[in-house]
Ligand binder design. Structure first.
Ligand SMILES: [Zn+2]
Length: 208
């Protein structure tokens, strides 16, 4: 599997384009900007963009969805409980970044805990990880974890935004993510990648 990282949008979120090199089928994890350069970079890979999976509904991860749906006609999936986050996305973007993006309307498919998808010969498995948002989802793809804002290198996502819940977040990380093999590489929603083994040792949540 080929992994291309695009840092995009008002809060520099990581968007990951994952490509099965045999079939050129691909998926995109998060879509934080409609920027033409981003669209063209994905176009230039000559892939069949089968799915767009969202880790959660915060504005800084979804602002490119309508554009990508229009250009690539891809199916967009998200945890259903984050519909609320999509509804308030413009408001939040205005409050935090002083921008007023149009309402995103293309997120029409929902993903649940343990759902599986295929692109090319590669399997995508969804893990529900509520806490940062109610409908937060992490994805395991080809043995790698795409953690959104649930788990970062040495930290976890904030829980002070609407419908955040620290207790649920800690449960999601400790019981679900830390149960994965220690050598699992973790591709985060912001900042550098990490691994489950490293986070079990060095994540801030270990200190209380
Ligand atoms: Zn977030």
């Amino acid at each position: 599997m080929i992994i291309k990282t695009f840092v995009e949008g008002p809060i520099s979120a990581n968007n990951y384009l994952l490509i099965d090199e045999n079939t050129r089928d691909a998926v995109l994890i998060d879509c934080s900007s409609p920027r033409e350069e981003f669209v063209n970079a994905v176009k230039s890979e000559n892939v069949n963009l089968k799915y767009l999976f969202l880790t959660h509904g915060h504005f800084d991860h979804i602002l490119g969805c309508d554009k990508f749906k229009e250009v690539f006609n891809t199916e967009i999936y998200m945890g259903e409980k984050d519909t609320f986050q999509v509804e308030i996305a413009s408001q939040m973007a205005s409050y935090y970044c002083g921008i007023e993006p149009p309402q995103i309307t293309s997120i029409t498919n929902f993903v649940k805990d343990n759902d599986e998808f295929k692109f090319g010969n590669i399997t995508v498995k969804a893990i529900a990880t509520p806490g940062h948002t109610e409908g937060g989802i992490c994805y395991i793809i080809d043995g790698k974890l795409f953690s959104g804002d649930t788990l970062f290198r040495e930290s976890v996502g904030r829980c002070d935004l609407p419908k955040g819940n620290r207790k649920e977040l800690l449960h999601s990380v400790k019981e679900k993510l830390f149960a994965l093999p220690e050598d699992t590489e973790v591709y985060t929603g912001h900042g550098p990648k990490t691994s489950i083994g490293y986070e079990k040792l060095y994540n801030e949540i270990n200190n209380g």
